[in-house]
Write a protein that binds this ligand. Sequence first.
Ligand SMILES: [Zn+2]
Length: 461
Amino acid sequence: MASIKPFKDGDRNVKSGERQNNGSNLKMVPALLNEISMNQREKTRRKKVKAIPKVQLDGDSEVIMMNDGLVINKAKEEEEEENIANNGGGNGIKASVQNLQQYNPQDPDKVWNWIKSEQIFQEPIYSETAVRSQDYTRIVCISDTHSKHRRIHLPPGDVLIHGGDLTSHGNPSAISDLSKYFQEHSVFNEIICIAGNHDVTLHSEYYKKNWKRYHRFQGPFDCAAAEASLKKNCIYLRDSEYNKIHNNGVLRFYGSPWSPFFCDWAFNLDRGAPIQEVWRNIPSSTDVLITHGPPLGRGDLTLTNMRVGCFDLLVEIQDRIIPRVHVFGHVHEGAGVTFDGHTLYVNASNLDITYQAKNYPIVIDIPHDKSKPAQIVPPDCEIMNPQDLSNWCKDKEYHSLGDLFIEKADNLNNFSYGNNLFDPTACAEIANQLNITLDRDAQHMLRQALSKLYAESFPGK
Ligand SMILES: [Zn+2]
């Protein structure tokens, strides 16, 4: 599936206004959210009762926080406790679906209309600093690079995660170049990768039947060789787990390439029983879940305003697994982050709906103290004026861009610098001020420079 934007998106627009005005782009962390502890998490799991924050849904897509704190909806809590009694312990989602006789698993948009009022959307937690600490594992999330990985500059971190759609059509040369790119990023201790629906050569059973659709004149390609070249330089998960040992214990990752049936691509399964079977194999102990497709209602809104995420996955995540982070992609236009109070949902798609590499990698710190929720790490950009930007460009060999920033400095003096350089609209605004909107090469250089600057705005170890 095509499609996105970091820090944009219906899911993410909660923050966009604030981000543009705040020089540091650091978010105020609502005190109450900091207090979500493992105890509470366990308590919630035990009681199977969800606290419902007061949110307002704007149409179907935008979530507007009415306040920062949790407003517990008592009536809802009581109703859910009643459901538990009636259903032997199922929580809100399952219980309400059992009551929905018309439930049609093939129509996620309709299901979303039934369940959305019970979904929790809280302001995600932002780190106050980009500084790294031994008490966290820093994960850098990318997805849906579709062979354009070399346009994505990577901030340093402990673990790099790729959420699938590595290629356009599974071409082995693209897979082996991605593998080389992984090898070049030895700054990561681990690189964890899954396939997506576009990576057709990584799904040999599917490719055997469908290869002519993609590679009639060049194929068939050797699926085993493609997979082997990928595995050389990363941990490739296909319905499997990886446990990372850190100073305080273990962080458990699980990856799965499947997504609900969509135009008969690779790793497609029908909604309902076939895909449920796959999700039920995900261990409950998973801390970081990686799937190619989004769950229903989280980073899954298409340009046509349809929810296309997987309801069956949402049920497993919220009723059983409760991972600390869920990384995915697939719906490019859904890029961004949402938080339900326990799980941070990260649609890490780097390409937008037109396959332009517009979205930056999303950086997350996972505290080793499991009582603390995962948090988003903002960059710490020190560029504060056109002169700084020009010097930086020249230093990184973007010479003509460096000269242009000086030539057009008067136009750019009122622009907000620092982390505002990475706002979703910043690149277009700068291009406009530089008068390069009709010059594709110059715009490409600007985008590349900003991507590199973003990556370098995170500290190394
Ligand atoms: Zn994609």
